[in-house]
Design a protein around this ligand. Structure first.
Ligand code: UDP
Ligand code: MG
Length: 308
């Protein structure tokens, strides 16, 4: 296969209602650019008619390549598959729900031509997102960037332009549970950004509910920081120092005022409190151990059924 100048990589999970509009808008934009390109649609185990719709579109869009995964592996894995199959000198990952406007592609390319390796698409207007999503996303970026050495640019999704060199750097990372935003930021290179306002989903429903976003945030934090593990060292020191001083206080008080029997409430409170603190710290250990366990098995992040 002849390598193309541009690969557009799109993960799809139950997006049957968006495919026709998505491809039409991409083609309209690409018609204005003088570039060879391919559209790689990764069907991430959709349970609706996504695959059928993609196959229908193949007649009209010869540049469409369909990578069918054997089941739903999640967006990060689908994107990884898309990167692995892409041939483009530059690659643009994009969502199928048209929340990432294809009309921004020429701007991304113009910025790349100035000599950047990564051009981020930054959402300046997230009014289309719910209040809950906006605030939790903000909190996540602030917390993550505070405790991790890898800074994730805030308000950027996976919609961006990367060069082949950046894509190869990402592909070389051996981890199979990839937090894409994080690994893209981790590899570095010359980065620029263009701004856009995020629209609402064209059709269908978001695949990221609250619980999934929460787990996604935990994945992100544990992938790029060990601060949650290290903090227990300090909490332990503080609790030990406080207990020690309190012990000293009790000894002195007993020497001065004699033995004091009541103390049931303080005893129970401290036992329960410390029990809780210990459970939290074991939970954090478990979180990291779980990640080590998943990685050490060395399973691939996705399995391809076939390319169509
Ligand atoms: N997606 C996927 N696999 C999944 C979940 C989502 O490939 O398990 C795709 C989905 O089809 C869409 C993109 O990832 O193209 C972003 O998903 P969504 O729009 O649901 O996320 P949101 O924009 O709400 O964060
Ligand atoms: Mg979306």
């Amino acid at each position: 296969m002849q390598p193309k100048e541009l690969s557009i990589v799109c993960p799809l999970y139950n997006e049957q209602a968006n495919i026709a509009r998505f491809l039409a808008r991409i083609e309209a934009v690409m018609a204005g650019l003088d570039m060879t390109y391919e559209i790689i649609c990764v069907n991430d185990g959709s349970t609706d008619h996504t695959l059928a719709r993609l196959l229908d579109a193949k007649g009209d869009y010869p540049r469409l390549r369909i990578i069918n995964l054997s089941r739903n592996f999640g967006k990060e894995a689908a994107l990884t598959a898309g990167l692995d199959y892409s041939t483009g000198g530059i690659i643009i990952p994009i969502d199928a729900d048209l929340q990432d406007p294809p009309e921004l592609i020429p701007e991304l390319i113009a910025e790349w031509k100035k000599g950047f390796d990564v051009v981020l698409a930054k959402r300046v207007d997230r009014n289309a997102d719910s209040f809950l999503k906006k605030t939790t996303a903000n909190l996540f970026y602030r917390f993550h960037n505070r405790i991790s050495a890898t800074r994730i640019p805030d308000n950027c999704g996976d919609f961006r332009l990367i060069t082949r060199q950046v894509a190869e750097a990402v592909r070389q990372l051996p981890e199979n549970q990839r937090f894409m935003k994080g690994v893209f930021a981790w590899v570095g290179f010359r980065i620029s950004a263009v701004e856009y306002s995020r629209e609402s989903r064209a059709a269908g429903y978001s695949k990221f509910g609250f619980w999934k976003l929460w787990n996604f945030a935990l994945d992100g934090i544990t992938s790029f920081s060990t601060a949650p593990l290290r903090i227990w060292l300090y909490i332990g020191f503080i609790v030990a120092a406080l207990s020690f001083s309190y012990g000293g206080f009790i000894v002195v008080r007993t020497l001065v005022y004699g033995v004091d029997v009541p103390g049931y409430a303080s005893l129970l409170t401290s036992i329960l409190f410390l029990g809780g603190v210990q459970l939290i710290s074991i939970g954090v250990l478990g979180e990291y151990l779980g990640r080590v366990y998943m990685e050490v098995k060395g399973r691939p992040s996705y399995i391809v059924d076939r390319e169509l």
